[in-house]
Design a protein around this ligand. Structure first.
Ligand SMILES: [Fe+2]
Ligand SMILES: [Fe+2]
Length: 144
């Protein structure tokens, strides 16, 4: 039987070297994002999650994602990588989706679990595909 208030137990994401894209600044930011997502999961998995704490973590996470996207986009521009527009569009679509999901959480607490699951899945698959490709593109430009 589920003991969490929202009826779902969220898994933790363990940092794995497979997430590394080879740009230390970006890798550190991804590591931090995973830490923040795990913090959110831990709080949501608790018996009596504190709404204010959840809001605080989610707001911090979304801020940090914005900062992180800007850092990646600066790299795309600096190294004039191919397909930068597609990568930036993925960031924009993610931001729009998260904004919409946050509005739902105001009226439906279960939506916060959906948001946490979406954050986990999207960020991992984005890192492993699109960001990884950015790492390869930058490496090719600097001749590594
Ligand atoms: Fe990223
Ligand atoms: Fe990205």
């Amino acid at each position: 039987m589920d003991t969490t208030r929202r009826g779902v137990t969220l898994g933790r994401v363990e940092w794995d070297r497979a997430f590394e894209i080879g740009i230390p600044l970006v890798d550190e930011q991804h590591h931090r994002l995973i830490d923040l997502i795990n913090r959110l999961s831990d709080v949501l998995n608790g018996d009596a999650p504190d709404e204010a704490e959840i809001e605080h973590i989610v707001a911090g996470l979304i801020d940090y994602v914005g900062y992180h996207f800007s850092a990646e986009e600066e790299l795309m521009d600096r190294f004039a990588v191919a397909d930068a527009a597609i990568h930036k569009r993925q960031h924009q679509n993610f931001t729009k989706r998260v904004t919409a999901m946050r509005q739902e959480t105001a009226t439906d607490p279960k939506a916060m679990t959906d948001l946490a699951i979406f954050l986990q899945n999207w960020l991992i698959s984005h890192v492993l595909t699109t960001d990884k490709r950015l790492g390869q593109q930058v490496a090719a430009k600097v001749g590594r």
